[in-house]
Design a binder for this molecule. Structure first.
Ligand SMILES: [Zn+2]
Length: 327
């Protein structure tokens, strides 16, 4: 159960906006909570709802013990409605339910809250119905829209809501969240350097292909680093695992991260390394080598990667990378 004082650490602007609204008794009739997945938008919406209904507010924190707080916590309050896509979209009928519900007075007060999750998935007719609804708000009714893709929403809806942008989580918190979602710690750092989307991150971890790719890149990187000619032969394995150009790019990103870890090992920053299982290897291999050597190698990988979308074949790009890195 999240509280304002906890949320304040990651989303200070959102918290301040809500606190001001409650302190000045100026709750807006429509909010739009917008930002990446995993930043606590739905939890925040429910926290707002607790504040709105709590019978025993302690300054700006809900008491969590009154009848209203408890029913909201168990998602069981008659005057709070949660809507999300049925199938692929939020349909017009779902928005009409809101309109109907709103026309009755609340069971216990004049207050009603409608939370619409993934609001960008509203069909055109649903969005138009909602627009009419928020243009003529009923007293005491609050609509909270939640989206990860605000650019997909109608400007006319956005302009009628108070927009609350959620910031991506700090890197360390994101790693912690991945671990809480079941991503092993030896994968979490690597994944967190590839995405800042929680769902994408957990899917990556569960994808058996990701494990294979990681293993292959480690093997390839070590062969390249040792100066072995096997590295050239390994390119065909690499292109087996990374077929499309976007995938080749992704594979090269994995290779870049491997070389960055040499720099972290030199600086003895184990907490920064992403291929954590290879820490001893990095420590051993980076001895006596100037940091500029690794920095130059990383630059050459990045430059080669840019050529993927020109007319050069992925095979040629990878050969160039091996040549540059083995210089
Ligand atoms: Zn309460």
């Amino acid at each position: 159960m999240i509280l304002w004082k906890e949320l304040e650490k990651t989303q200070p602007i959102v918290v301040q906006t809500f606190k001001n609204a409650f302190q000045r008794d100026r709750v807006a009739h429509a909010y739009l909570l917008e930002g990446p997945q995993g930043t606590g938008k739905v939890d925040t919406a429910y926290l707002f709802v607790k504040n709105y209904f709590c019978r025993n507010l302690n300054n700006t924190e809900p008491c969590l013990e009154c009848d209203n707080c408890k029913r909201i916590e168990s998602r069981n309050h008659p005057d709070v409605l949660f809507i999300e896509p049925e199938g692929l979209t939020i349909k017009k009928e779902q928005i009409q339910t809101i309109q109907k519900e709103s026309s009755f007075s609340g069971f216990e007060s004049e207050k009603k809250v409608f939370i619409i999750n993934q609001a960008d998935k509203m069909s055109a007719s649903a969005a138009n119905s909602l627009l009419k609804f928020i243009e003529e708000p009923n007293k005491g009714t609050v609509v909270i829209l939640i989206t990860e893709e605000v650019h997909r929403m109608l400007d006319t809806i956005i302009s009628r809501c108070q927009l609350l942008p959620f910031k991506p989580l700090p890197h360390s918190l994101f790693i912690q969240q991945l671990i809480e979602e079941g991503v092993p710690s030896n994968n979490a750092r690597l994944i967190a350097s590839l995405t800042n989307n929680l769902q994408e991150g957990t899917e990556m971890n569960e994808d058996p292909l990701f494990g294979k790719r990681k293993e292959l890149v480690v093997q390839f990187a070590k062969e390249v680093y040792s100066g072995s000619l096997n590295a050239f032969i390994r390119i065909s394995d690499f292109l087996e695992q990374f077929k499309e150009k976007e995938e080749v790019q992704f594979g090269i990103d994995l290779l870049t991260l491997f070389y960055k870890d040499f720099l972290y090992a030199q600086a003895e920053k184990m907490e920064k390394t992403v291929y954590v299982d290879e820490w001893d290897y990095f420590l051993r291999e980076c001895k006596g080598i100037k940091p500029t050597v690794f920095a130059n190698k990383i630059t050459s990988i990045i430059n080669a990667k840019k050529r993927i979308f020109s007319n050069v074949s992925p095979q040629a790009v990878l050969e160039q990378i091996v040549v540059d890195l083995q210089k």
